[in-house]
Design a protein around this ligand. Structure first.
Ligand code: ATP
Ligand code: HSE
Length: 311
């Protein structure tokens, strides 16, 4: 039987004030999805995974979008989707999003559907909806397109890649904790539904500064822009270590710091002015004080989803 493999990178969503809008793909981790047609005449998606994740297609991020693809194209196939998890889940690394993207991209090639990248995002958000109750498009947009992206419209989905004209590398401070089922759902429930106009103005300044800083290659604007007075703040009870990690990173001249997605991972941008060794040392001490181990992973911005036909 013909089989297709798709590989999608991890990502950090929000990037400061860009809640549900901005995200960055990174090469730190990736998920691989193999898709094959098992038989014809019946419409069904079978999920296989050696991880601890649910294999019910309605509860696996790779399953719901695959079912939607078959349904939209009226295809009566039994499809097997094998999900190889390389991205730890529940840590704010876009793990569910990457599985969803790899699943749709693999089906696109397997079934010759000719989907655009924006179509892949449109289906992949259904994976996010299945696992967190919300079809947020930021992680899936980054894993699909690669680089740093802005989702400029949700319905219809429109995504723009933001040109990055500043030299930096990426580091992730990843607490090795079990955040439990439904972390992103809980984190989204903490976000206020109403905000003061002054906070909206402040966050808009951060968002525009970050985008301008990246495109103009302005380090100070990126540092200032990686800030959020609304969403990060509202979720602090879920990652009480974050303010201290942020303080350490800025003290040692990181290019910028923010919470990665819904946390608890912290994203750091750094360059040759940054004292990464001191950050590593102090951050790991701080994590221990909070009762867990943190892994610091250095990486780079990643590309978009890759698909290979195997036979
Ligand atoms: N294929 C999958 N990959 C990852 N998580 C999945 C998958 N299928 C279902 N899940 C469930 O989704 C949840 C993980 O999603 P969650 O939003 O908490 O983390 P994340 O995707 O790693 O991070 P974030 O969305 O904050 O970047 C877990 O509860 C997990 O059981
Ligand atoms: N924008 C989403 C990303 C989840 O990774 C959130 O912060 O809830």
């Amino acid at each position: 039987m013909r089989s297709v493999r798709a590989i999608a990178f991890s990502s950090s969503a929000n990037l400061g004030a860009g809640y549900d809008i901005l995200s960055m793909a990174h090469m730190a981790f990736s998920d691989t999805v193999y898709a094959e047609i098992v038989s014809r005449g019946e419409r069904k998606v079978i999920i296989e995974s050696e991880s601890a994740l649910p294999v019910d297609p309605d509860r696996n991020a790779a399953g719901a979008p695959a079912k939607a693809v078959l349904s939209e194209f009226g295809l009566d196939y039994v499809i097997k989707i094998r999900v190889i998890k390389g991205i730890p889940f529940g840590l704010g690394l876009g793990s569910s999003g990457a599985s969803a993207v790899a699943s749709v991209a693999a089906l696109n090639k397997l079934l010759d559907l000719n989907l655009s990248l924006e179509d892949i995002v449109r289906f992949a958000v259904l994976g996010e909806k299945a696992v967190s109750g919300s079809p947020h498009p930021d992680n899936v947009a980054a894993s699909t397109f690669g680089g740093v992206v802005a989702v400029t419209s949700h319905n219809p989905i429109k995504v723009s890649k933001i040109p990055v004209n500043l030299d930096f590398r990426v580091a992730l401070v990843i607490p090795r904790v079990n955040t439990g089922e439904g972390k992103t759902k809980k984190a989204r429930e903490l976000v206020p539904q109403m905000i003061e106009i002054s906070k909206m103005v402040e966050n808009s300044r951060y968002l525009s500064s970050f985008i301008l800083g990246l495109t103009q290659g302005n380090r100070e604007l990126v540092k200032y822009g990686l800030n959020d007075s609304i969403v990060e703040k509202s979720r602090e009870p879920m990652y009480p270590h974050y303010p201290k990690i942020r303080e350490i990173a800025l003290k040692h001249d990181a290019v910028g710091v923010c919470v990665s997605g819904a946390g608890p991972t912290t994203l750091l941008l750094y360059d040759n002015k940054t004292d990464l060794e001191s950050i590593k040392r102090e951050v790991s001490h701080t994590c221990e004080q909070f009762g867990f181990i943190c892994q610091l992973v250095s990486t780079e911005i990643g590309g978009g989803v890759r698909v290979e036909g195997l036979n």
